[in-house]
Design a protein around this ligand. Sequence first.
Ligand code: NAP
Length: 441
Amino acid sequence: MRTIAIGVLGLGNVGTGTLQLLRDNRDAIEARVGARLDVRAVLVRDPNKPRDVELGGARLTTRPADILDDPEIEIVVELIGGLDPARDHVLRALRAGKHVVTANKALLAERGEQIFAEASQRGLAVFFEGSVAGGTPLLRSLREGLASDRIEALTGIVNGTSNYILDAMTRTGARYEDALRAAQEAGYAEADPTLDVDGSDAAHKLALLALVSFGVRVDPGAIHREGVTGIDPFDIKTADELGYVIKSLAIARRSARGVSLRVHPTMVPKTHVLAGVHGSYNACLVESRALGRSLYYGRGAGPMPTGVAVVSDVIEVARLITGRASHEDAGARLLPKSGAQPERVDPLPLDELECENYLCIHVPNQPGVLGRCAACLGRHGVSIKRMFQEAPRGDAPVSMVIFTESVPERSVAAALAEMSTFDILSRPTDRIRILDPDTID
Ligand SMILES: NC(=O)c1ccc[n+]([C@@H]2O[C@H](COP(=O)([O-])OP(=O)(O)OC[C@H]3O[C@@H](n4cnc5c(N)ncnc54)[C@H](OP(=O)(O)O)[C@@H]3O)[C@@H](O)[C@H]2O)c1
C-alpha cells in the first residue's frame, strides 16, 4: 500500500489530539484514503517536554527544515498558532509543493490572501476546518452541504471562552473577573485571554465564515467588535428577569448594499435557539435562501474535537493525493462553489444597522436626572420602548434601564456620545444590542 508522509508543526493541544486520532483510527483512515498515513516528524519548541501522546515512529524536531525540506513529506499540518513563524512555514511548505492543513484562524484571516494565492497557483490545498467551531463540521457544511443554496446570513457563538464566561455569570451571578478566573482554572481560557474576550478571535472566524459563505475577503481589522469584559452582573440579572440571556454573537449578513459583519454582546430571547448554547460549546445559525434556517452545534475547542476537524482535512487532502477525490484545482476548493477568486470588500459601516437596545444609565438619585437623559435620547430620535429604575438605596447611584425601539445605530451612538458629557453620570452607560428573533439580525 502507498504511504503518504505527513509533517506536523506543533504538538500542543490540537497537535496531540491530531496524532491521537490518526493513531486510534489508523485502519479506518487507511481504508478511506487508500494509503497509509505516516507522521514522519513533529516540530516543537522544547523536545524535552513530556508529551501526552505516543509518537510511534514520528520523531520530534526543533528544526523546521526537517519537515519543510523533506521531499517525501506531502502534507504539512500547521498547529503552532499565531502569525509568525507559522506564515513562513506554511508558505515554505506550499512552495515546496506540499498541501497544508491548519487550524490557525488568525493566520488565515490576517494573511490568507497570500497563502491561498500561493496554493491556488500551484494546485495545492489549504484546508482549515479546525479554525472555526473546532470539531463541528461547519465550514464543510457551508461549502459542500449548502453548495446548491445561497447563504444570506450567519449568527454564531464562535468563541467558547466568551460563551463559557457569560454562561457562568448567568448561572452563578459571578462578576466577569471571577468567571474569567474560573474559566482559566477549568482550562477554557488562556493565561492571556485578550484575543478571546475582546472579540478578536471571533472576528478572525467571522472573516473566514464570510470567505466560505459569501466568497468575499474582508480585513478582520475592519470588522466591528466589542468584547465581553464590560458585561456587568446587573446587566445579566436584568436580562434574565426580562426573558433574555446575553451572548457574544458573531453576525454576518449580506444584502444588495454589501456585507455587514460584527461581533458584540447581544441580548438573545431565552426562547431563541442560540440561548440554549451553554459552556464552551459553539453554534452557528445559518440562513440560506432555499433551506431556510439550519443550525450547526458542537464543541468549539479542545484537543480531540479540534483534532477531529484537522484529521478530516488530512483525510480529504490524502484522498486528493491518492486520486480518490478530484484533484481539479484543489487550492480553490475551499472557495465557495465556482472556485472564483474572492472579491476584497469593506464591511458596511455599522451606522446602517437598526436594532433595539438595552441601555443602563448610572446616575445619582436626584430629581430631573431621568428627564435630562430621556430628553437627550429624544433629541437624537431614540424612542423608548420601556424603562424602569431599581429602588433607590440612600444616596447611592441608581441604575436606570431603558429599552429602545428599533433605531439606527448612528442615533444611539450620537445620544450616548452626548450623554457621556453629562456631569451626572456615575459611570459610563452600558449598552447591549438586542437580537430580533424574526430577522436573526
Ligand atoms: N486549542 C484549541 O482548542 C484550538 C481550537 C481551534 C483552533 N485552534 C488553533 O490551533 C492552533 C494550535 O493551538 P494549540 O491550542 O494546540 O496551541 P498550543 O497548545 O500552544 O501548542 C502549540 C505547539 O506549537 C509549538 N510551537 C509554538 N511555537 C513554535 C515555534 N516557534 N517553533 C516550533 N514549535 C512551536 C509548541 O511547542 P512546545 O510544545 O515545545 O511548546 C506547541 O507544541 C492555533 O492556531 C489555535 O488557534 C486551537
